[in-house]
Design a protein around this ligand. Structure first.
Ligand code: ATP
Length: 237
């Protein structure tokens, strides 16, 4: 079995009386593109928030880079980049000016901005005001910011959400390049089964906070869409 970059064990989470995660177990191999799939309200974003320490752990264990997240949150999260919900960017500033603000926070050298702009293919638009960017360009700039400290792990919540077909293709190609050429492990959630099938090396299908499937996206006999429909339509035991 390949080494795990992150591991979730017996995770439970409730909002008030609403049970959102119930004994969720996930094993995320190092070097994978790991897609978390599930119907609306399945608990995907809650899982990503818990991985990022944005919600307090109520029950269960999360290990990232082999360390328990609770006592090691700060040192772990320094090596984790994320794109959660809409990117928060300064619209009146250019792409490179946005990067410069975060570069100072992350204590990166100036040359790093050129490297990340190249990685997300925004070099040509670097001096353009961000308010003129398409949503796809804004998402890619937000990923460039997340890449500044050269994280080993990237967590992306619905990175293709709201993108047009060109934006989706650019995001898919970016995820693949970051994984295959830069060696990043990427955990992403999505509703676009066809996209996840093309990008992911491993998937987890969850429903009502429970794991229904974890493994490769194609089983040989079934497409991911067929597997997803079969699992999510069946009554929960
Ligand atoms: N802060 C919160 N307070 C109360 N309930 C919440 C909160 N955040 C999420 N929930 C509820 O928890 C459940 C799981 O939400 P979550 O956002 O994790 O699901 P999801 O799988 O990401 O869904 P979607 O695909 O619709 O984004 C939903 O029923 C949601 O309404």
């Amino acid at each position: 079995m390949s080494a795990l970059i992150a591991e979730i064990k017996h995770l439970h989470h409730t909002f008030g009386r609403h049970k959102v995660l119930e004994d969720l177990n996930l094993q995320i191999p190092a070097g994978s593109v790991y897609g978390i799939l599930g119907p609306n309200g399945a608990g995907k974003t809650t899982t990503l928030f818990l991985l990022l320490g944005l919600l307090r752990l109520q029950a269960g264990h999360i290990r990232i880079f082999g360390k328990d997240i609770t006592p090691h949150r700060v040192s772990i999260l320094q090596q984790v980049g994320s794109l959660i919900e809409q990117p928060s960017l300064y619209g009146h500033l250019t792409g490179i000016e946005n990067l410069d603000i975060f570069r100072l926070c992350y204590h990166c050298h100036k040359g790093r901005m050129r490297e990340v702009l190249q990685q997300v293919e925004l070099t040509e638009a670097a001096h353009q005001s961000v308010k003129t960017y398409s949503l796809g360009m804004k998402q890619r700039l937000a990923i460039a910011i997340a890449l500044l400290p050269d994280p080993a792990l990237l967590i992306l919540d619905e990175p293709t959400n709201g993108l047009d077909p060109g934006g989706i293709i650019a995001m898919r190609s970016l995820v693949k390049t970051l994984n295959e050429e830069q060696g990043k492990t990427i955990i992403l959630s999505s509703h676009l089964l066809g996209e996840v099938e093309k990008m992911a090396t491993q998937v987890a299908i969850i429903r009502k906070g429970r794991l229904l499937y974890e493994g490769v996206p194609h089983t040989g006999q079934q497409s991911l869409e067929e597997l997803f429909i079969q699992l999510t339509a069946a009554p929960l035991l």
